[in-house]
Design a protein around this ligand. Structure first.
Ligand code: C2E
Ligand code: MG
Ligand code: MG
Ligand code: MG
Length: 293
């Protein structure tokens, strides 16, 4: 590299970095606004019994429609919010909204199924997760057994006493705890030992084309066996086709979630989905007009 080339490289990185930082700052400010201006929305993806495909629950997934940029992916805005600390407010909003909506569906007469809410690891270090969860349950009148919290290891989870105590207290309250994206985190297996969790969600990375990849088969089978032996629920994430499901079904995975069954649905779409599910399962749908007969 010549001296001049080096300097140009530096200038290039400098301006690219500035742009990157400006972009993140704009998005973070935008997100702050979004919280105030109702631009955030929760979508719900149903989950099912791996054997029978009966509806077992739903996952709350946040959506942001930026007035100028359009839909911003949660992978982008959650990461930015984690960096700035705004995630504490974002997750709190999502948790309250999901609890409220789940309770509403129960009151409307639909089958009572739990809602899983994604929670950033940041809450363990900077937030008041126990108080936040207690408050959300009180405000919504949702029973704790219908709330699951999914923790993704986007940051390292240490096993200091306060983290373990937080998980224990949530569990004592009756809330179920899942490790999300299991297998992709920093030290997934150690969590099984140290944290009193209820569930692991196998990352889609391992599910994708599992039927074509003998190494993935071995890993998925081993994790499922470990989880079953420890009496943990195992959910396969991101099941996209029949072949993947067939393999998952042969193992003792408890539940499945993925585009094969349903994409995440808006509140309104999920209501329609519940009506149809009720009709299929022979339960009386609460609104006769929605049934096509
Ligand atoms: P996640 O919790 O692992 O959620 C699963 C992601 O996979 C979702 O992406 C979902 O839409 C997608 N998905 C589901 N089935 C399939 C499938 O069959 N194929 C494929 N390719 N994808 C599938 P989404 O909604 O974009 O969310 C991305 C991540 O953002 C989530 O991953 C979660 O970690 C995070 N996230 C979403 N909402 C929240 C939230 O309210 N708070 C926090 N802290 N994180 C959230
Ligand atoms: Mg999740
Ligand atoms: Mg996941
Ligand atoms: Mg994920």
């Amino acid at each position: 590299h010549s001296k001049a080339g080096g300097r140009n490289d530096f200038q290039f990185f400098d301006s690219a970095m500035k742009e990157h930082l400006t972009q993140r700052m704009l998005l973070n400010n935008g997100l702050q606004e979004a919280l105030k201006e109702n631009q955030l929305e929760i979508h719900y993806q149903p989950r099912f019994d791996a054997q029978t495909a009966a509806l077992t629950g739903m996952e709350a997934l946040m959506r942001w429609k930026h007035p100028k940029l359009g839909n911003v992916s949660p992978d982008t805005f959650i990461a930015i919010a984690e960096e700035s600390g705004l995630i504490l407010k974002v997750d709190e909003w999502g948790l309250n909204e999901a609890c409220k909506q789940n309770k509403r569906w129960q009151e409307e007469g639909f089958p009572k199924i739990p809602v899983s809410v994604n929670i950033s690891v940041k809450h363990f270090y900077q937030g008041h997760l126990v108080e936040m969860a207690r408050h959300a349950l009180e405000k919504s009148h949702l029973e704790a057994k219908y709330l699951h919290l999914e923790i993704t290891e986007s940051l390292f989870i240490h096993h200091k006493k306060d983290v373990i105590d937080t998980v224990k207290e949530l569990k004592r309250m009756g809330i179920k705890i899942a490790i999300d994206d299991f297998g992709k985190g920093y030290s997934s297996l150690i969590h099984l030992l140290k944290l009193p969790i209820n569930e692991v969600k196998l990352d889609r990375f391992f599910i994708k084309d599992v039927h074509l990849n003998s190494k993935k088969m071995v890993i998925v089978k081993a994790i499922t066996d470990i989880a079953n032996t420890l009496k943990l629920n195992v959910v396969a994430e991101g099941v996209e086709n029949e072949e993947e499901w067939k393999y998952i079904r042969q193992l003792r995975c408890s539940e499945v979630q993925g585009y094969l069954f349903s994409k995440p649905l808006s509140k309104e779409e999920f209501t329609a989905f519940l009506r149809n599910a009720g009709a299929v399962q022979g339960q009386r749908p609460p609104d006769n007009t929605a049934v096509g007969e």
